[in-house]
Design a protein around this ligand. Structure first.
Ligand SMILES: [Zn+2]
Length: 69
């Protein structure tokens, strides 16, 4: 087991992947399926993903604030 390989989270789609993985084109910040997306688009997608993450957390927080009826 090489300890240089780590689980990373793709900043574009949010999935976890191993990095570095032999034969994989994945980079430090993008998984193999997102690495071919143009950099500008990737940046826009990662901005939206972090917004969605934030909103999801906020929704969970609001849901837990009010008792289920
Ligand atoms: Zn990805």
């Amino acid at each position: 087991m090489a300890d240089s390989t780590a689980k990373r989270t793709c900043r574009v789609c949010g999935r976890t992947y191993d990095y570095p993985e032999p034969g994989s084109l994945a980079t430090r910040t993008a998984c193999e399926s997102c690495v071919s997306i143009p950099k500008d688009v990737r940046r826009a997608l990662s901005t939206m993903r972090s917004r969605i993450d934030r909103m999801s957390r906020e929704i969970e927080r609001l849901k837990s604030d009010r008792p289920a009826s």
